[in-house]
Design a protein around this ligand. Sequence first.
Ligand code: S3P
Length: 440
Amino acid sequence: MNAAQGRRYRAAPVSVVGGALSVPGDKSISHRALMLGGICSGTVQIRGFLDSADCLATMGALRALGVRIEQPARQEVVVHGAGPAGLRASAAPLDLGNAGTAIRLFMGLLAGQRFASTLIGDASLMRRPMERVAKPLRLMGARIDTQEGRPPVLLHGGAALRGIDYTLPMASAQVKSAILLAALHAAGLTRVTEPAPTRDHTERMLGGFGAQLHRQGATIEIAGGQMLRGTPIQVPGDFSSAAFFIVAGCLAAPGGLTIRGVGVNPTRTGLLDMLRLMGARITVTPIAGAGPEPLADITAYAGPLRGVAIPRELVPLAIDELPVLFIAAACASGETVVTGAEELRVKESDRLAVMAAGLGATGVQCELLPDGLRIRGGTLRGGRVDSHGDHRVAMAFAIASLGAREAIEISDVANVATSFPGFVGAARGIGLALEEAGEP
Ligand code: S3P
């Protein structure tokens, strides 16, 4: 066990939480703001930036590629765009840490450059599939090597890319976004068709930078060679971080728990529909904003939850929220079944297997399906859970303490810092009895 694996949480059972909080900036949008900022003309002022390990990995990589970036405050970043042909080769491999979004979007951004790049990451990232991005980029003319489908990813550069018409084999915003970024450097039109809607932050942000994109049904069309113009970006609170507190409110906030200033892009909010199907009372109060992303305050109230069969079409709209949905299911009456979620097997951990093991270890009756979980609610006891270094698994089990009879101990939690620095303080602030210990 290395020092980082030694970080652990202990969450004692608590029955009531409440109050209000805000969560850090959106991870997906922070990565994209840095990257589009890096290749635009002009400067980009980012407010509400997520100052987490994942986004700092993207920032470090862009700096290594020659982009000048200032960070006058933790949540404020100024990117001085290098222009469409302004990136230069990095002397060393680009290390994207734990960040799947960073490595995959960089593949798209760098595939059409004149120079070569090598992309690597931490032990978890080095196990994750990259051919899903490499394949369409090769069809565009890029030369890319992976190591049996995984990083290191070697982008040879120097190829003239051409537009493609590509149907994604899986619902993946990362693959879609990588193709759209490569398309900016490709000759002619690129068309990407999605099998199901996924987060559309790249499309919205490209529009904000002045690019022309057209969506017709499930197909997005973009022409190569477009100039991006720098524009200020206000990053909303991350719905995926708010999700832990939405479920906390549903489990234990009779007077309501409010999360302020959250991004409520409809391609992200499937969890709200799932929880409402389970009987949850949640209010969403829109906040007027200037940017392309909708914003709201969300209040969740405690009430009885009942198990349901989750409609498959909601799964891609809640792909990062399923770990905490499984916790809600463990605290509901009756059975919840999630299917169509095989993508969870290739996240920061195999989230189906790791969540099933954690639920089993805390007394929950749970069946691992090839593409989902079947969970019998009302049997959560407490116990020891290994998060396998997966931030969302660690935070989900901290929230489980609101439905548990005994304490829950969670190991290997250091990676919570990849998406939610300050999680422990935020959780304690609304009433969780959460402690963190272990080697720094
Ligand atoms: C993301 C897309 C999703 C999501 C990830 C962030 C993005 O991944 O799970 O946390 O920012 O585009 P997939 O594209 O692999 O579904």
